[in-house]
Design a protein around this ligand. Structure first.
Ligand code: DSN
Length: 492
Protein backbone atom coordinates (compact mmCIF):
# COMPACT_ATOMS: atom_id res chain seq x y z
CA UNK A 1 0.00 0.00 0.00
CA UNK A 2 1.39 3.46 -0.89
CA UNK A 3 1.14 6.04 1.84
CA UNK A 4 1.75 9.77 1.70
CA UNK A 5 3.52 11.76 4.38
CA UNK A 6 1.27 12.17 7.43
CA UNK A 7 -0.06 15.65 8.02
CA UNK A 8 1.07 15.66 11.66
CA UNK A 9 4.69 16.46 12.74
CA UNK A 10 7.28 13.83 11.83
CA UNK A 11 8.20 13.27 15.48
CA UNK A 12 4.91 12.14 17.05
CA UNK A 13 4.04 13.64 20.44
CA UNK A 14 4.09 10.14 21.86
CA UNK A 15 7.76 9.57 20.95
CA UNK A 16 9.62 8.38 24.04
CA UNK A 17 13.08 9.75 24.78
CA UNK A 18 15.77 7.43 26.18
CA UNK A 19 15.01 8.94 29.59
CA UNK A 20 11.30 8.09 29.30
CA UNK A 21 12.11 4.55 28.13
CA UNK A 22 14.45 4.09 31.09
CA UNK A 23 11.80 5.48 33.44
CA UNK A 24 9.16 3.03 32.23
CA UNK A 25 11.50 0.02 32.29
CA UNK A 26 12.49 0.91 35.86
CA UNK A 27 8.90 1.55 36.93
CA UNK A 28 7.79 -1.85 35.63
CA UNK A 29 10.69 -3.51 37.40
CA UNK A 30 9.73 -1.85 40.70
CA UNK A 31 6.03 -2.67 40.31
CA UNK A 32 6.76 -6.19 39.12
CA UNK A 33 8.83 -6.91 42.23
CA UNK A 34 5.68 -6.39 44.34
CA UNK A 35 2.84 -7.59 42.11
CA UNK A 36 4.07 -9.08 38.83
CA UNK A 37 0.54 -9.46 37.48
CA UNK A 38 0.02 -5.70 37.60
CA UNK A 39 3.31 -5.04 35.78
CA UNK A 40 2.30 -7.64 33.20
CA UNK A 41 -1.10 -6.02 32.67
CA UNK A 42 0.50 -2.59 32.20
CA UNK A 43 2.91 -4.08 29.68
CA UNK A 44 0.12 -5.96 27.89
CA UNK A 45 -1.98 -2.81 27.63
CA UNK A 46 0.83 -1.11 25.72
CA UNK A 47 1.03 -4.11 23.40
CA UNK A 48 -2.75 -4.04 22.85
CA UNK A 49 -2.79 -0.29 22.15
CA UNK A 50 0.11 -0.63 19.75
CA UNK A 51 -1.55 -3.47 17.86
CA UNK A 52 -5.04 -2.11 17.18
CA UNK A 53 -6.60 0.56 15.02
CA UNK A 54 -8.02 2.67 17.83
CA UNK A 55 -11.04 4.51 16.47
CA UNK A 56 -12.93 5.11 19.72
CA UNK A 57 -13.80 8.78 19.33
CA UNK A 58 -13.27 9.55 23.02
CA UNK A 59 -9.82 7.99 23.39
CA UNK A 60 -6.33 9.21 22.62
CA UNK A 61 -2.67 8.62 23.54
CA UNK A 62 -1.15 11.02 26.09
CA UNK A 63 2.50 12.02 25.86
CA UNK A 64 5.10 10.24 28.01
CA UNK A 65 5.60 13.49 29.98
CA UNK A 66 1.87 13.64 30.76
CA UNK A 67 1.75 9.98 31.76
CA UNK A 68 4.88 10.17 33.88
CA UNK A 69 3.58 13.21 35.78
CA UNK A 70 0.81 10.98 37.17
CA UNK A 71 3.06 8.39 38.76
CA UNK A 72 4.34 10.49 41.64
CA UNK A 73 4.00 11.23 45.35
CA UNK A 74 1.71 14.18 44.62
CA UNK A 75 -0.82 11.34 44.85
CA UNK A 76 -0.10 11.01 48.57
CA UNK A 77 -1.26 14.48 49.55
CA UNK A 78 -4.71 15.53 50.70
CA UNK A 79 -5.51 19.01 49.40
CA UNK A 80 -9.21 19.73 49.83
CA UNK A 81 -10.05 23.34 49.03
CA UNK A 82 -8.35 25.39 46.33
CA UNK A 83 -4.80 26.65 45.84
CA UNK A 84 -3.88 28.90 48.78
CA UNK A 85 -7.11 28.03 50.63
CA UNK A 86 -6.83 24.42 51.80
CA UNK A 87 -8.33 22.38 54.62
CA UNK A 88 -4.95 20.64 55.08
CA UNK A 89 -1.44 21.89 55.84
CA UNK A 90 1.57 21.36 53.60
CA UNK A 91 -0.10 21.83 50.20
CA UNK A 92 2.38 24.21 48.55
CA UNK A 93 3.37 21.80 45.77
CA UNK A 94 -0.21 20.82 44.97
CA UNK A 95 -0.94 24.58 44.95
CA UNK A 96 1.83 25.02 42.38
CA UNK A 97 0.53 22.38 39.97
CA UNK A 98 -3.11 23.39 40.39
CA UNK A 99 -2.32 27.07 39.77
CA UNK A 100 -0.19 26.16 36.75
CA UNK A 101 -2.86 23.95 35.26
CA UNK A 102 -5.49 26.66 35.76
CA UNK A 103 -3.22 29.32 34.23
CA UNK A 104 -2.59 27.15 31.17
CA UNK A 105 -6.32 26.40 30.86
CA UNK A 106 -7.48 30.01 31.09
CA UNK A 107 -4.81 31.13 28.61
CA UNK A 108 -5.52 28.28 26.19
CA UNK A 109 -9.29 28.67 26.15
CA UNK A 110 -9.58 32.39 26.92
CA UNK A 111 -11.78 31.59 29.93
CA UNK A 112 -12.09 33.89 32.94
CA UNK A 113 -11.76 30.97 35.39
CA UNK A 114 -10.70 27.32 35.37
CA UNK A 115 -11.23 24.59 37.97
CA UNK A 116 -8.99 21.57 37.48
CA UNK A 117 -10.11 19.22 40.24
CA UNK A 118 -12.90 17.13 38.67
CA UNK A 119 -11.83 13.51 38.34
CA UNK A 120 -13.90 12.92 35.20
CA UNK A 121 -16.39 14.55 32.84
CA UNK A 122 -19.33 13.38 34.95
CA UNK A 123 -17.72 14.97 38.00
CA UNK A 124 -17.18 18.18 36.06
CA UNK A 125 -20.87 18.25 35.11
CA UNK A 126 -21.90 17.62 38.73
CA UNK A 127 -19.74 20.52 39.88
CA UNK A 128 -21.32 22.74 37.22
CA UNK A 129 -24.85 21.68 38.26
CA UNK A 130 -23.95 22.39 41.87
CA UNK A 131 -22.51 25.82 41.01
CA UNK A 132 -25.58 26.80 38.98
CA UNK A 133 -27.92 25.70 41.78
CA UNK A 134 -25.78 27.53 44.35
CA UNK A 135 -25.62 30.71 42.32
CA UNK A 136 -29.07 30.82 40.78
CA UNK A 137 -31.25 29.24 43.50
CA UNK A 138 -29.43 29.18 46.83
CA UNK A 139 -27.83 32.64 46.73
CA UNK A 140 -31.12 34.51 46.06
CA UNK A 141 -32.84 32.46 48.80
CA UNK A 142 -30.11 33.37 51.28
CA UNK A 143 -30.35 37.03 50.29
CA UNK A 144 -34.14 36.98 50.73
CA UNK A 145 -33.76 35.47 54.20
CA UNK A 146 -31.00 37.92 55.16
CA UNK A 147 -28.63 34.95 55.72
CA UNK A 148 -25.03 34.52 54.65
CA UNK A 149 -24.85 30.73 54.88
CA UNK A 150 -27.30 27.84 54.72
CA UNK A 151 -26.52 27.06 58.37
CA UNK A 152 -28.00 30.45 59.27
CA UNK A 153 -31.40 29.60 57.80
CA UNK A 154 -34.35 28.66 59.97
CA UNK A 155 -35.63 25.08 59.63
CA UNK A 156 -38.59 26.36 57.58
CA UNK A 157 -36.45 28.44 55.23
CA UNK A 158 -34.03 25.54 54.80
CA UNK A 159 -36.89 23.17 53.96
CA UNK A 160 -38.21 25.66 51.43
CA UNK A 161 -34.78 26.02 49.84
CA UNK A 162 -34.33 22.24 49.68
CA UNK A 163 -37.65 21.94 47.89
CA UNK A 164 -36.71 24.74 45.49
CA UNK A 165 -33.37 23.04 44.71
CA UNK A 166 -35.27 19.87 43.85
CA UNK A 167 -37.75 21.62 41.56
CA UNK A 168 -35.32 22.95 38.93
CA UNK A 169 -35.41 22.13 35.22
CA UNK A 170 -32.85 21.13 32.66
CA UNK A 171 -33.19 20.99 28.88
CA UNK A 172 -30.49 18.89 27.19
CA UNK A 173 -29.78 16.93 24.05
CA UNK A 174 -31.48 13.53 23.85
CA UNK A 175 -29.23 10.53 24.33
CA UNK A 176 -30.12 9.00 20.95
CA UNK A 177 -29.45 12.34 19.26
CA UNK A 178 -25.91 12.30 20.64
CA UNK A 179 -26.31 13.83 24.10
CA UNK A 180 -24.60 12.36 27.16
CA UNK A 181 -26.06 10.42 30.10
CA UNK A 182 -25.45 13.42 32.35
CA UNK A 183 -27.52 15.74 30.16
CA UNK A 184 -30.72 14.69 31.90
CA UNK A 185 -31.02 10.98 31.01
CA UNK A 186 -33.57 9.60 33.49
CA UNK A 187 -31.48 6.72 34.89
CA UNK A 188 -28.56 9.13 35.49
CA UNK A 189 -28.45 11.36 38.57
CA UNK A 190 -28.96 14.40 36.32
CA UNK A 191 -32.38 13.05 35.32
CA UNK A 192 -33.26 12.60 38.98
CA UNK A 193 -31.89 15.95 40.20
CA UNK A 194 -33.78 17.94 37.60
CA UNK A 195 -37.14 17.96 35.88
CA UNK A 196 -35.87 17.19 32.45
CA UNK A 197 -36.75 17.52 28.79
CA UNK A 198 -34.71 16.74 25.71
CA UNK A 199 -34.27 18.29 22.33
CA UNK A 200 -33.42 16.09 19.37
CA UNK A 201 -32.47 16.31 15.76
CA UNK A 202 -34.50 16.96 12.64
CA UNK A 203 -35.85 13.60 11.37
CA UNK A 204 -35.06 14.47 7.75
CA UNK A 205 -31.56 15.98 8.07
CA UNK A 206 -30.56 14.43 11.43
CA UNK A 207 -29.13 17.87 12.26
CA UNK A 208 -29.72 19.78 15.49
CA UNK A 209 -33.00 21.65 15.18
CA UNK A 210 -32.41 25.05 16.82
CA UNK A 211 -36.06 26.04 16.29
CA UNK A 212 -37.13 23.01 18.30
CA UNK A 213 -34.64 23.91 21.05
CA UNK A 214 -36.06 27.43 21.19
CA UNK A 215 -39.66 26.21 21.20
CA UNK A 216 -38.98 23.72 24.00
CA UNK A 217 -37.03 26.31 25.99
CA UNK A 218 -39.91 28.79 25.74
CA UNK A 219 -42.41 26.16 26.93
CA UNK A 220 -40.26 24.54 29.61
CA UNK A 221 -38.29 27.58 30.96
CA UNK A 222 -35.30 25.54 32.17
CA UNK A 223 -32.81 26.75 34.74
CA UNK A 224 -30.10 25.01 32.70
CA UNK A 225 -29.86 24.79 28.93
CA UNK A 226 -27.29 22.08 28.31
CA UNK A 227 -25.41 21.87 25.01
CA UNK A 228 -22.63 19.61 23.82
CA UNK A 229 -22.58 15.95 22.89
CA UNK A 230 -20.86 12.59 22.94
CA UNK A 231 -22.06 11.29 19.61
CA UNK A 232 -23.18 14.12 17.32
CA UNK A 233 -21.00 14.46 14.25
CA UNK A 234 -21.50 18.17 13.63
CA UNK A 235 -20.52 21.54 15.02
CA UNK A 236 -22.97 23.31 17.34
CA UNK A 237 -23.67 27.03 17.05
CA UNK A 238 -23.23 28.20 20.64
CA UNK A 239 -24.15 31.81 19.81
CA UNK A 240 -27.66 30.57 18.94
CA UNK A 241 -27.77 28.40 22.08
CA UNK A 242 -26.81 31.41 24.22
CA UNK A 243 -29.44 33.53 22.54
CA UNK A 244 -32.05 30.89 23.41
CA UNK A 245 -30.76 30.67 26.99
CA UNK A 246 -30.91 34.45 27.39
CA UNK A 247 -34.43 34.63 25.97
CA UNK A 248 -35.77 32.26 28.65
CA UNK A 249 -33.44 33.26 31.51
CA UNK A 250 -31.53 29.94 31.47
CA UNK A 251 -27.89 29.32 32.26
CA UNK A 252 -26.02 27.91 29.27
CA UNK A 253 -23.83 24.97 30.24
CA UNK A 254 -21.74 23.42 27.46
CA UNK A 255 -20.16 19.99 27.81
CA UNK A 256 -17.27 20.12 25.34
CA UNK A 257 -15.62 16.89 26.55
CA UNK A 258 -15.49 15.44 23.05
CA UNK A 259 -14.33 18.45 21.11
CA UNK A 260 -12.17 20.33 23.65
CA UNK A 261 -9.10 19.61 21.52
CA UNK A 262 -10.75 21.23 18.51
CA UNK A 263 -11.54 24.31 20.62
CA UNK A 264 -8.01 24.38 22.05
CA UNK A 265 -6.51 24.02 18.57
CA UNK A 266 -8.71 26.83 17.19
CA UNK A 267 -10.52 24.58 14.73
CA UNK A 268 -13.78 25.64 16.37
CA UNK A 269 -13.82 29.42 16.60
CA UNK A 270 -16.41 32.22 16.70
CA UNK A 271 -19.92 30.92 17.24
CA UNK A 272 -18.63 27.32 17.38
CA UNK A 273 -16.29 28.04 20.32
CA UNK A 274 -18.40 27.52 23.46
CA UNK A 275 -16.16 29.45 25.85
CA UNK A 276 -17.18 33.04 24.98
CA UNK A 277 -20.87 32.09 24.78
CA UNK A 278 -21.54 29.73 27.69
CA UNK A 279 -21.85 30.64 31.36
CA UNK A 280 -19.99 27.42 32.19
CA UNK A 281 -18.11 24.88 30.08
CA UNK A 282 -17.17 21.40 31.26
CA UNK A 283 -14.78 18.95 29.69
CA UNK A 284 -12.72 15.88 30.15
CA UNK A 285 -9.00 16.28 29.63
CA UNK A 286 -8.24 12.92 28.01
CA UNK A 287 -10.24 12.89 24.77
CA UNK A 288 -9.31 15.16 21.85
CA UNK A 289 -7.43 17.35 24.36
CA UNK A 290 -4.95 14.46 24.77
CA UNK A 291 -4.24 14.90 28.48
CA UNK A 292 -4.57 12.63 31.49
CA UNK A 293 -7.88 11.00 32.42
CA UNK A 294 -9.80 13.73 34.27
CA UNK A 295 -12.16 16.69 34.06
CA UNK A 296 -12.23 20.48 34.20
CA UNK A 297 -14.73 23.33 34.51
CA UNK A 298 -14.30 26.70 32.82
CA UNK A 299 -16.67 29.48 33.82
CA UNK A 300 -17.58 33.11 33.89
CA UNK A 301 -16.50 34.97 37.06
CA UNK A 302 -20.04 34.94 38.46
CA UNK A 303 -19.79 31.16 38.98
CA UNK A 304 -16.11 30.95 39.99
CA UNK A 305 -16.58 30.90 43.74
CA UNK A 306 -19.28 28.20 43.64
CA UNK A 307 -17.26 26.11 41.18
CA UNK A 308 -14.21 26.35 43.45
CA UNK A 309 -16.26 24.74 46.22
CA UNK A 310 -16.61 21.62 44.06
CA UNK A 311 -14.35 19.85 46.53
CA UNK A 312 -15.37 18.96 49.19
CA UNK A 313 -19.03 19.84 48.46
CA UNK A 314 -19.36 17.57 45.40
CA UNK A 315 -16.02 15.85 44.87
CA UNK A 316 -13.58 13.88 46.97
CA UNK A 317 -10.04 15.11 47.51
CA UNK A 318 -8.30 16.50 44.43
CA UNK A 319 -5.75 14.33 42.68
CA UNK A 320 -2.54 16.37 42.81
CA UNK A 321 -0.70 13.93 40.56
CA UNK A 322 -3.41 14.18 37.90
CA UNK A 323 -3.52 17.98 38.13
CA UNK A 324 0.25 17.92 37.53
CA UNK A 325 -0.37 15.85 34.40
CA UNK A 326 -3.16 18.24 33.35
CA UNK A 327 -0.68 21.13 33.65
CA UNK A 328 1.80 19.25 31.42
CA UNK A 329 -0.84 18.37 28.81
CA UNK A 330 -2.30 21.88 28.78
CA UNK A 331 1.21 23.30 28.30
CA UNK A 332 1.55 20.95 25.32
CA UNK A 333 -1.82 22.06 23.97
CA UNK A 334 -0.65 25.69 23.96
CA UNK A 335 2.10 24.85 21.46
CA UNK A 336 1.63 25.48 17.73
CA UNK A 337 2.04 21.73 17.07
CA UNK A 338 -1.20 21.11 18.93
CA UNK A 339 -3.13 23.45 16.62
CA UNK A 340 -1.70 21.49 13.66
CA UNK A 341 -2.78 18.27 15.36
CA UNK A 342 -6.33 19.56 15.95
CA UNK A 343 -6.61 20.66 12.31
CA UNK A 344 -5.39 17.22 11.24
CA UNK A 345 -8.01 15.51 13.47
CA UNK A 346 -10.79 17.38 11.66
CA UNK A 347 -9.25 16.97 8.18
CA UNK A 348 -8.75 13.27 8.82
CA UNK A 349 -12.37 12.91 9.92
CA UNK A 350 -13.42 14.34 6.55
CA UNK A 351 -11.12 11.87 4.77
CA UNK A 352 -12.46 8.93 6.79
CA UNK A 353 -16.08 10.00 6.23
CA UNK A 354 -15.48 10.47 2.53
CA UNK A 355 -13.83 7.04 2.31
CA UNK A 356 -16.80 5.41 4.03
CA UNK A 357 -19.41 7.23 1.96
CA UNK A 358 -17.62 6.44 -1.33
CA UNK A 359 -17.72 2.76 -0.37
CA UNK A 360 -21.44 2.82 0.29
CA UNK A 361 -21.74 3.32 4.06
CA UNK A 362 -24.47 5.58 5.41
CA UNK A 363 -23.34 8.16 7.95
CA UNK A 364 -25.76 9.88 10.31
CA UNK A 365 -26.24 13.47 9.00
CA UNK A 366 -24.39 12.44 5.84
CA UNK A 367 -20.93 13.21 7.16
CA UNK A 368 -18.99 15.08 9.83
CA UNK A 369 -17.52 18.43 10.65
CA UNK A 370 -15.84 17.49 13.89
CA UNK A 371 -13.69 14.53 14.97
CA UNK A 372 -16.34 11.77 14.89
CA UNK A 373 -18.94 10.11 12.75
CA UNK A 374 -21.71 7.58 13.24
CA UNK A 375 -21.97 4.72 10.76
CA UNK A 376 -25.52 3.42 10.41
CA UNK A 377 -24.70 -0.28 10.10
CA UNK A 378 -28.28 -1.37 9.43
CA UNK A 379 -27.49 -1.02 5.72
CA UNK A 380 -25.01 -3.89 6.18
CA UNK A 381 -27.72 -5.98 7.84
CA UNK A 382 -26.03 -5.71 11.24
CA UNK A 383 -26.76 -4.30 14.67
CA UNK A 384 -24.21 -1.99 16.24
CA UNK A 385 -23.28 -4.77 18.65
CA UNK A 386 -22.57 -7.21 15.81
CA UNK A 387 -20.60 -4.61 13.86
CA UNK A 388 -18.53 -3.58 16.91
CA UNK A 389 -17.64 -7.22 17.63
CA UNK A 390 -16.80 -8.08 14.00
CA UNK A 391 -14.57 -5.01 13.71
CA UNK A 392 -12.80 -5.94 16.94
CA UNK A 393 -12.10 -9.42 15.55
CA UNK A 394 -10.32 -7.70 12.68
CA UNK A 395 -8.26 -5.47 15.03
CA UNK A 396 -10.40 -2.33 14.65
CA UNK A 397 -11.57 -0.89 17.98
CA UNK A 398 -14.77 1.17 17.85
CA UNK A 399 -17.86 1.43 20.02
CA UNK A 400 -21.46 0.80 19.17
CA UNK A 401 -23.76 3.77 19.59
CA UNK A 402 -27.45 4.47 19.18
CA UNK A 403 -28.47 6.51 16.17
CA UNK A 404 -31.43 8.91 16.23
CA UNK A 405 -34.71 7.01 16.70
CA UNK A 406 -32.74 3.77 16.92
CA UNK A 407 -35.01 0.69 16.59
CA UNK A 408 -32.42 -1.44 18.43
CA UNK A 409 -32.21 0.76 21.54
CA UNK A 410 -29.12 1.82 23.47
CA UNK A 411 -27.71 -1.68 24.14
CA UNK A 412 -27.67 -3.34 20.69
CA UNK A 413 -27.94 -0.11 18.67
CA UNK A 414 -27.81 0.38 14.92
CA UNK A 415 -24.67 2.49 14.85
CA UNK A 416 -20.95 2.42 15.35
CA UNK A 417 -19.20 5.61 16.48
CA UNK A 418 -15.73 6.22 15.12
CA UNK A 419 -13.30 9.08 15.56
CA UNK A 420 -9.89 10.28 14.49
CA UNK A 421 -8.11 11.79 17.56
CA UNK A 422 -6.05 8.72 18.55
CA UNK A 423 -4.80 7.61 15.16
CA UNK A 424 -4.06 11.22 14.22
CA UNK A 425 -1.78 11.33 17.28
CA UNK A 426 -0.01 8.28 15.82
CA UNK A 427 0.59 10.26 12.63
CA UNK A 428 -2.15 8.93 10.35
CA UNK A 429 -3.05 11.32 7.53
CA UNK A 430 -5.80 11.36 4.89
CA UNK A 431 -4.43 8.37 2.96
CA UNK A 432 -4.18 6.18 6.04
CA UNK A 433 -7.74 7.12 7.03
CA UNK A 434 -8.99 6.32 3.53
CA UNK A 435 -7.25 2.94 3.82
CA UNK A 436 -8.92 2.53 7.24
CA UNK A 437 -12.32 3.27 5.69
CA UNK A 438 -11.70 0.48 3.17
CA UNK A 439 -10.90 -1.96 5.99
CA UNK A 440 -14.03 -1.00 7.94
CA UNK A 441 -16.28 -1.49 4.91
CA UNK A 442 -14.51 -4.77 4.10
CA UNK A 443 -15.40 -6.10 7.57
CA UNK A 444 -18.95 -4.74 7.64
CA UNK A 445 -19.65 -6.21 4.21
CA UNK A 446 -18.28 -9.63 5.10
CA UNK A 447 -19.90 -9.86 8.55
CA UNK A 448 -23.38 -11.34 8.87
CA UNK A 449 -25.81 -11.93 11.72
CA UNK A 450 -25.80 -15.42 13.22
CA UNK A 451 -28.63 -17.20 15.00
CA UNK A 452 -28.64 -18.00 18.71
CA UNK A 453 -27.90 -21.67 19.65
CA UNK A 454 -31.66 -22.37 19.78
CA UNK A 455 -32.04 -21.05 16.22
CA UNK A 456 -33.76 -17.80 17.20
CA UNK A 457 -32.56 -14.46 15.76
CA UNK A 458 -29.88 -12.73 17.80
CA UNK A 459 -28.90 -9.07 17.87
CA UNK A 460 -25.50 -9.96 19.32
CA UNK A 461 -24.25 -13.01 17.44
CA UNK A 462 -22.45 -12.64 14.15
CA UNK A 463 -20.05 -14.42 11.86
CA UNK A 464 -17.01 -13.00 10.12
CA UNK A 465 -15.04 -15.18 7.69
CA UNK A 466 -11.63 -15.95 9.19
CA UNK A 467 -9.96 -15.00 5.92
CA UNK A 468 -11.48 -11.50 6.08
CA UNK A 469 -10.40 -11.01 9.68
CA UNK A 470 -6.86 -12.16 8.84
CA UNK A 471 -6.61 -9.98 5.71
CA UNK A 472 -7.84 -6.88 7.55
CA UNK A 473 -5.59 -7.53 10.53
CA UNK A 474 -2.58 -7.78 8.22
CA UNK A 475 -3.46 -4.55 6.40
CA UNK A 476 -4.06 -2.80 9.73
CA UNK A 477 -0.70 -4.01 11.01
CA UNK A 478 0.99 -2.49 7.97
CA UNK A 479 -0.63 0.89 8.69
CA UNK A 480 0.24 0.68 12.38
CA UNK A 481 3.84 -0.37 11.79
CA UNK A 482 4.34 2.70 9.61
CA UNK A 483 3.16 4.87 12.53
CA UNK A 484 4.47 3.28 15.72
CA UNK A 485 2.99 4.20 19.08
CA UNK A 486 5.52 5.51 21.61
CA UNK A 487 8.49 4.99 19.29
CA UNK A 488 11.63 4.64 21.38
CA UNK A 489 9.77 2.93 24.18
CA UNK A 490 11.26 -0.57 24.20
CA UNK A 491 10.26 -2.40 27.37
CA UNK A 492 12.13 -5.60 26.63
N1 DSN B 1 -17.45 7.63 27.79
C1 DSN B 1 -17.44 8.86 27.05
C2 DSN B 1 -17.48 8.64 25.59
O1 DSN B 1 -17.03 7.61 25.15
O2 DSN B 1 -17.96 9.50 24.87
C3 DSN B 1 -18.52 9.76 27.48
O3 DSN B 1 -18.66 9.69 28.86
Amino acid sequence: MTLTTPSTPSVPPTAASDAAATAYRSALEVIGAVEPAVAAAIHAELDDQRASLKLIASENYASPATLLAMGTWLSDKYAEGTAGHRFYAGCRNVDTVERLAAAHATALFGAPHAYLQPHSGIDANLVAFWAILAQRVEAPALAAAGAKHVNDLSEDDWEQLRRALGEQRMLGMALDAGGHLTHGFRPNISGKMFHQRSYGTDPATELLDYDQVRRLAREFRPLILMAGYSAYPRKVNFAIMRDIADEVGATLLVDMAHFAGLVAGKVFTGEFDPVPHAHLVTTTTHKSLRGPRGGMVLCQREFADAVDHGCPMVLGGPLGHVMAAKAVALAEARRPEFAAYARAVADNALALADGLLRRGARLVTGGTDNHLMLVDVSGFGLTGRQAESALLDAGIVTNRNAIPRDPNGAWYTSGVRIGTPALTTRGFGADEFDATAALIVDVLTAAAPAAAPDGSPSKARYQLPAATAARVRAAAAELLDAHPLYPGLDLS
